[in-house]
Design a protein around this ligand. Sequence first.
Ligand SMILES: [Zn+2]
Length: 378
Amino acid sequence: MGTLEKFAEAMDELVAMDPSQLADPETVLELQRRRDQYDAVVTRAVAAFDASGEWRASRSRSAGDWLAWKTNMAKATAARQVQLGRAVREMPVAEEAWLAGEIGSCHVAQLARAAKNRTAEAFTRDEKLLVDDAKTLSYQGFYRVMKYWLQHADPDGAEDQAQSKRDRRGFDFSRTFDDMFVGDLTLDPITGTIVSNELNRLERQLFQSDWAEAKERLGREPGVWDLARTPRQRRADALMEMAIRSRTAPANGRRPEPLFTILVGYETFAGPICELANRVVVTPGTLVPWLDQAWVERVVFESRSRVTDVGVTQRLFGGGTRRAVEVRDQQCFHDTCEEPAESCQIDHIDPYGAGGPTTVANGQVACGFHNRDRQRRT
Ligand SMILES: [Zn+2]
């Protein structure tokens, strides 16, 4: 029996099984790993088919077009598969890890993007390191590493890309039928962070007042469905509130708080760090227009756990201790959770009630969910 026949037979058996027979953690992980391997096999086969030129007999423009025609998949999806197959031929370490089911197609696509043109040589040098990161880091962590790597390998390209992001910013906002207003907003990472920080802050205030109103009205703890406004409506009202405050702010009003935070690190301990507090990686050039402004909070790391310089310590959450924990941990302590520190609380590792001190060493970032989860279990 040929290999594919054996595979088809095994697959038919799996298809006939009840999903609950495959539902234990080991089996779920094994299935995922096999799927990654299978993706690698299919993608490599597609690339070999592409190279063979057999698709030309049908007068298709490309192997991707042929594939889309025969399988009814989207042309763009088919074209991406062909490209990924071609790219993986130039990435032997990534190819091996993919075939072993240690990384998935998302990782390979991300690596392929980094292996292009100007960075091809640096990629060949660093491929093993990057693939190791793909195997071990969370996807978000890996994504950040790739961003930093690209900045390092091709600083000009990274700055060009950052500039093109800034150039794409725009806000269409106009009156339309029935005198309604419709908008469509695109912002670059820094502009977007500034706007979203303030919008979130106002939304939280409106949420609290909606919550208090519902509690008063019902005489019990409300659920989110009891609130007078939907999240969309609250965001719209928060935007209007921004307009009102802007209109009524004194012209010489002081800007009391930083608009955003930059984390700056030393390459010696954790690789370069240049990102906003919401964990968006930015290029050094992006920051230049902001460097002389008083409303940037700058946090410099001396080592992974030690913050040497917090630009404006008194503004957030009652003090530098809290801020130091936030910038050290950056996200919720729980392994499965990537909630950024800005929307988290600071938790005592040794509970305060049991004598745990309120120090940086005894603090950790915890999102609302994991903070409550921990308290329930202690
Ligand atoms: Zn969490």
